[in-house]
Design a protein around this ligand. Structure first.
Ligand SMILES: Nc1nc2c(ncn2[C@@H]2O[C@H](COP(=O)(O)OP(=O)(O)OP(=O)(O)O)[C@@H](O)[C@H]2O)c(=O)[nH]1
Ligand SMILES: [Mg+2]
Length: 414
């Protein structure tokens, strides 16, 4: 479907036209015409009258079927624009919702998106009821003010049902989480701007084949797998990416997915280092701000500069001019470059393990303990001697404590 992409920003605001075009592509649109304008929003049409005329011509002569705005458009402006142009007009929030809708596969993601859509409708319906009452435009969906209010209540009722379904899923997720905590195996969460290469890295580390693509928001729901970092077992999770100005209603709707980050033992913040420095900085800032917004305050973060293969030796040079406080590593998830260094750093930063040396008596209970140790840690050396079973291992804190209670010799070595 051919559309026009319109980006109006006020003075001193960034245009981000490229990102708008990428979003259009991800939604399945062909941006056949683009308009940019730097001016304060026109109260009636958002863009100025001259640009409106230009847009109307383009829609007519090029047979465009929709107009996509890169910012948010007020209901009254949307109404006036659609009336003047003769085609539907959508805002950035709706565009992102459309992309999410195309991608959602899990029932949780579907519910979360439906909730975000309803929230969007609700905020618009409120405004439209107000306008209809003032006689400024017909009510919602061409309904009068009374019907619009009925519709408004119906939206609220649907939202309530979705909340209930989502909280059942949330309870199930928290049970899974509780089980993981009981096991004592750390959780490492992949985060980052959309398209940074999170799923590519996840596939490499977990031996998986989750979908990967150059389009934005390929991943929407969370997958968690067991893997090892530097010989230490850990769960790794891949989930939805961030974007600047992520509509608050999407943050709210995806809250249960995003808040999982709070329970992580380490966050790998994946950043595409092949972009220009300004973009990289902006994306790091967006990601850190979004993490703070969902309540992540004291989880260690390792910045993973990915796609180093695309910028040869320039990566370190670019990184030197960036501002961030976290430790970092430069990798390529595609070629596997420096992955062992990443694993080493992640293994030590995620915590959760202690290196122990211990001696257990020969006997059934000890074998049982050792086999559990293999699940909750890793053996480094093992000797069966006359004095018992002597071994060195990395064990989860819980497992080390179990061993301490049964061991005749027990030492924490690191
Ligand atoms: N050259 C190069 N390309 C990469 C690398 N890592 C990922 N890519 C490419 O970048 C694009 C995005 O990768 P994904 O793994 O889907 O990124 P993501 O962060 O999971 O993206 P979303 O799920 O859409 O948020 C794909 O085309 C990958 O092939 C890398 O190290 N080098
Ligand atoms: Mg992905």
């Amino acid at each position: 479907m051919k559309v026009a992409a319109v980006q109006r920003v006020s003075r001193r605001e960034e245009l981000y036209l490229e990102e708008l075009l990428e979003l259009c592509e991800a939604a399945g649109y062909e941006s056949a015409y683009t308009i940019t304008q730097v001016r304060p929003p026109h109260p009636k049409y958002n863009i100025g009258p001259g640009k409106l005329e230009e847009l109307r011509n383009a829609v007519k002569t090029m047979g465009l079927s929709k107009v996509v705005f890169g910012g948010d458009v007020k209901p009254v402006q949307e109404y006036n624009l659609a009336k003047s142009l003769g085609v539907p007009v959508i805002s950035r929030t709706q565009l992102i919702l459309e992309i999410f809708n195309r991608r959602a596969s899990s029932s949780e993601a579907k519910l979360q998106i439906r909730l975000a859509e309803l929230r969007y409708e609700l905020s618009r319906a409120k405004e439209k009821v107000r306008l209809a009452k003032k006689g400024e435009q017909p009510g919602f969906h061409g309904l009068g003010a009374y019907e619009a209010e009925v519709y408004y209540d119906e939206v609220k009722r649907q939202m309530h049902t979705i909340y209930q379904k989502l909280s059942a899923i949330k309870r199930r997720n928290s049970l899974v989480r509780a089980k993981r905590v009981e096991e004592g195996i750390p959780l490492v969460a992949l985060t980052g701007y959309t398209n940074a290469g999170k799923s590519t890295l996840f596939n490499l580390l977990a031996g998986e084949s989750r979908p990967v693509s150059p389009q934005m928001f390929t991943t929407l729901s969370t997958t968690t797998r067991l893997t090892t970092f530097d010989g230490r077992k850990a769960y790794i999770s891949d989930t939805v990416g961030f974007i600047r100005n992520l509509p608050p209603l999407l943050i709210d709707a995806f809250n249960s997915t995003l808040s999982e980050f709070i329970y992580a033992d380490l966050i790998l913040l994946v950043v595409d280092v092949s972009e220009d420095v300004r973009n990289i900085q902006e994306k790091i800032n967006t990601c850190i701000a979004t993490l703070r917004e969902v309540g992540v305050v004291d989880v260690p973060i390792l910045i993973v500069f990915n796609k180093a293969d695309l910028c040869k030796n320039a990566a370190e040079y670019k990184i030197a001019s960036l501002e961030f406080e976290q430790p970092y590593v430069v990798i390529s998830a595609l070629t596997g470059y420096n992955i062992s260094q990443l694993c080493k750093m992640a293994g030590s930063m995620m915590g959760g393990y202690v290196r122990i040396r211990a001696v257990l008596e020969n006997g059934g209970d000890s074998y049982e303990l050792l086999s559990r140790l293999k699940e909750h840690g890793s053996l480094i050396s093992l000797n069966y001697g006359s004095g018992g079973i002597e071994f060195e291992a990395d064990a989860t804190v819980e497992m080390a404590e179990k061993i301490r209670r049964s061991a005749s010799v027990f030492q924490v070595v690191g």
